[in-house]
Design a protein around this ligand. Structure first.
Ligand code: B12
Length: 797
């Protein structure tokens, strides 16, 4: 029986922890567990066997970190080969009568992908591809991608698996206590993306105990049309007498996981801290539970790297402003490669309340393949809205879909044979919700019947490609009534018919309807209302148009889609102000906001941050800019991060923007302060484990400006290195920076060592989390609130 056949009607038991067991067998810190496949194959085989004996149907090979970032290609090949051989040996030795499979285990690369880290997406795909190919070649039965805490890296791994193997692939992520991935994705966002790409099962593993993962599991079960995996830790690790112990016993574990199997989990096992005993108790306890049937959810969704947007409950707004059609300024921006303009349009439309952003950068003379991919990649760093990739160039489409971090909306396919042949394979491979235009080689039918027939044909063809109708949204094509006053009626009737008879979602680019007429928004707004009443699910529209937003909010209020009219009431304020200011939509080209440095940093606009700083420097002191603009902006972002309204990618972009502002300030200060002779060497560093260096760099710059010679050791600096440098230079002062509560102990450790090895040296400490109290507690000589205080202290000495 194949793995997928078995999965169909059974609960599948995975194995338990490998890493924690290997430690118990003597694996040392820093040693590669994967090497043990070769050097200790008996131990590895034994562990696998004990899991099979405990009732596991699947054991995962000991290849979690096996990739060429850690091993040479030859070593990797040997590791994967022996890993699978060990598992096969265990399968032969184990006497259990259950079905037994071997899963090639793939864990995270250990690096962050760009823009968060330095690993390029395509390099990540190639990296995983190597392991996938070997695993397939050496005879694994399936692939398990597990413990990934970034959706983008998960996508890279799944893409590698799909492109290089025909084995089933199951995918499990590591969610945090907030039920999200480290980079922000919710379980439903992961379901949207992974199901779209063809994962055979989706789930959660590691990080927490079974009960803390309950919410994640429930959200997965609610949304997934494929089996759900649960592979939790034995609770949370605690260090007792220098030993790591987990706080959930085998019995509790079995009880709790069984409860979630009753709720619908179909693939269950354990992660860190679980042993064969845990799996034995689990298989025993849940033996009598019948596998829950897997019901296809038929929900129409798209997703970004943080969340999913569901169609059907409420009208969806798709911002139309990232599109050069009819926009002179936009065309100019594209020609000049002005990405900021596009990013601005993205952020501003998000602020206006759209749910999805349309991205169209098609112009005759530009390199659309590059521009579209760049726009999609960059937009994903400043906004977390799902994107609609809008192009008639299938190659540009594929490139952008590959790099998209989620399940995108795809605009568009049509009833033309050629169009379907090009677009459907892309949707099948990368996932996506595809906009289907009701036109074919003969053009746009003038009758409802004609458009309906095309819709049917598109659905039939999609089915042949394995694309479900939930992933198709029909656009019945709004055309201007200035050319034909019956056209809007035909569009609306086609829409209603498709919705009713085919039960499909629909959308329209509403603004086309008024082309060539005066006061277009008046017509657009009413047409939008009519379309909604005829069953429109989503509109590509102009969110700067007050008429459109009025229609949207009033419609929702009138149709009981807005509880207590709360959304209407809060939006009504903006209608009033806009009316008072008499701002026309034509004037509002999206540049109204972001007029200052703080906004630019908060929104993560690098170039703008530099420009605003340059302008501010004409009449503001450099340090005032740091104090009154840069730091407050970073504080706002930091607060958002703490409150989970901002995610790591955005934090990173803000840091980049702050840095570019800071670069400008640095240049100016170097020019305005002539250097005096060095007054003494000051060693400065961000402590071990901490990579925040913006504040430290400011302190360094200021000290240099006041004539001190600074030896900057950088960030994440181990205590030994700092002590070594202080001693070698006989430095009178050392400055230490720490920005996280978790790195204050490293600061304390460093101070202790300096006091021992260089008793003459004064320690001055700073960084956002520090206080005078903390500084006293860890034995620092001086706490400096800001950079200037550091200078005064140094001068005093
Ligand atoms: C920018 C930023 C980042 C950037 C850093 C880029 C860089 N190159 O520095 C990036 C995106 C990489 C980042 C990553 C992370 N960050 Co961060 N980050 C911030 C943020 C928003 C701003 C920090 C900053 O630069 N402030 C501006 C500077 C100028 O201020 P400052 O450092 O305080 O410096 C001034 C003074 O303190 C003093 N000073 C500073 N150093 C020194 C040194 C000496 C010797 C002296 C005398 C004075 C002094 O003078 C400076 C000038 O006046 C803060 C939030 C905040 N409000 O602080 C979070 C924050 C520090 N980050 C946080 C976290 C959790 C993280 C991550 C763990 C996130 C993650 N899940 O991966 C990682 C950490 C990775 C690691 N191992 O270090 C938390 C820390 C929580 C805590 N209490 O421990 C914060 C507080 C956000 C939050 N509210 O949750 N982060």
């Amino acid at each position: 029986m194949t793995f997928l056949e078995f999965l169909k009607d059974n609960i599948v038991y995975l194995d338990g922890g490998m890493g924690t067991l290997l430690q118990a067998y003597g694996l040392k810190a820093g040693e590669h567990p994967e090497k043990w496949n070769i050097t200790h194959s008996d131990i590895i085989t034994n562990i696998h066997k004990s899991y099979f004996d405990a009732g596991s149907n699947v054991v995962c090979t000991n290849t979690f970190g096996a990739n060429t970032l850690k091993f040479s290609m030859d070593e990797l090949s040997e590791i994967v080969r022996t890993a699978i051989e060990n598992a096969k040996c265990a399968r032969e030795q184990s006497k259990g009568s259950q079905e037994k499979f071997i899963a090639l285990d793939i864990g995270p690369s250990g690096k962050l992908l760009k823009p968060l880290g330095d690993l390029d997406f395509e390099d990540a795909v190639s990296l995983f591809a190597q392991t996938v190919k070997l695993g397939t070649q050496f005879g694994a039965d399936l692939i398990i991608i597990e413990t990934m805490n970034d959706s983008y890296e998960t996508k890279a791994a799944l893409l590698a698996a799909k492109e290089n193997s025909t084995l089933p692939v199951i995918v499990s992520n590591a969610y945090g206590e907030d039920s999200k991935l480290m980079t922000g994705a919710t379980p439903s966002a992961m379901v949207a993306m992974l199901e779209g790409m063809g994962a055979d099962a989706i789930g959660a593993n590691c990080s927490l105990g079974p009960m803390q993962l309950k919410n994640v599991i429930c959200e997965l079960l609610e949304n997934a049309s494929v089996p759900v995996i649960l592979k939790p830790n034995a609770g949370l690790p605690k260090v007792i007498d220098g030993k790591t112990v987990f706080d959930v016993t085998a019995e509790e574990f079995a009880q709790e996981v069984t409860e979630l199997i009753r709720k619908g989990v179909r693939i269950a096992g354990g992660c860190c801290g679980t042993t064969p005993e845990y799996i034995a108790q689990l298989t025993e306890k849940s033996r009598a539970v019948l596998p829950q049937k897997i019901v296809p959810k038929e929900t129409t969704v798209v997703s970004s790297y943080t969340h999913a947007v569901k169609f059907g409950d409420t009208p969806i707004l798709i911002g139309e402003r990232i599109n050069p059609t009819g926009k002179k300024r936009f065309k100019q921006a594209l020609i000049e490669n002005d990405m900021n303009y596009i990013l601005n349009e993205g952020v501003n439309q998000q602020e206006k309340g759209v749910h999805i952003l349309d991205v169209n950068v098609g112009l005759p003379d530009i390199d659309e393949e590059r521009m579209l991919t760049d726009a999609v990649c960059e937009l994903q760093t400043v906004t977390n809205l799902p994107l609609q990739i809008d192009t008639s160039d299938a190659i540009a489409m594929e490139k952008a879909m590959r790099r998209y971090n989620g399940k995108a909306m795809i605009n568009s396919v049509s009833g033309k044979k050629e169009s379907m042949e090009k677009i459907f394979p892309l949707v099948k491979k990368y996932g996506g919700l595809v906009v289907a235009l009701t036109l074919n080689d003969d053009g746009i039918p003038e009758t409802v019947e004609g458009r309906f027939k095309i819709a049917q044909k598109i659905l039939e063809t999609a089915k042949q490609y394995g694309i479900n109708k939930k992933d198709i949204i029909f656009d019945t094509l709004a055309m201007t009534i200035s050319a034909d006053t019956t056209s809007a009626i035909c569009t609306l009737k086609s829409l209603a018919r498709i919705k009713d008879e085919l039960s499909c979602h629909t959308m329209l680019g509403v603004s086309n309807v008024s082309f060539g007429l005066p006061v277009r928004d008046a017509i657009n707004g009413t047409f939008f209302a009519l379309a909604l009443e005829n069953g429109l699910s989503a509109a590509i529209m102009n969110p700067y148009s007050v008429d459109m937003m009025k229609t949207y909010y009033t419609y929702k209020a009138l149709k009981n889609l807005d509880e207590n009219c709360m959304e209407y009431i809060s939006a009504a304020d903006t209608f009033k102000t806009v009316a008072a200011e008499n701002v026309s939509t034509a004037k509002n080209d999206g540049d109204a906001d972001n007029s200052n440095l703080q906004q630019a940093i908060i929104k993560g606009f690098r170039e703008k941050a530099g420009e605003f700083t340059r302008a501010l420097l004409c009449d503001t002191e450099p340090l005032d800019i740091v104090q009154n603009e840069i730091i407050p902006a970073l504080n706002t972002v930091g607060k958002g991060f703490e409150e989970k309204t901002t995610y790591l990618p955005q934090l990173l972009m803000s840091a980049e923007a702050a840095k570019s502002a800071f670069e400008v300030i640095k240049k100016k200060m170097n020019l305005s302060h002539a250097k005096t002779n060095a007054e003494g060497k000051i060693v400065i560093a961000t402590v071990h484990g901490d990579i925040h260096d913006i504040g430290k760099n400011i302190v360094k710059l200021l000290l240099e400006n006041y004539g001190f010679e600074v030896v900057d050791l950088g960030k994440d600096v181990p205590p030994e290195k700092i002590v070594e440098t202080v001693v070698a230079l006989h430095a009178p002062i050392v400055g230490l920076s720490a920005l996280m509560t978790t790195t204050v102990p490293a600061m304390e450790e460093t101070i202790k060592r300096i006091k021992e090895a260089a008793p003459w040296c004064k320690t001055v400490v700073g960084g956002a989390v520090l206080t005078q109290e903390y500084a006293d507690k860890i034995g620092a000589d001086k706490y400096a609130r800001d950079a200037m205080e550091t200078v005064r202290y140094a001068q005093g000495l």
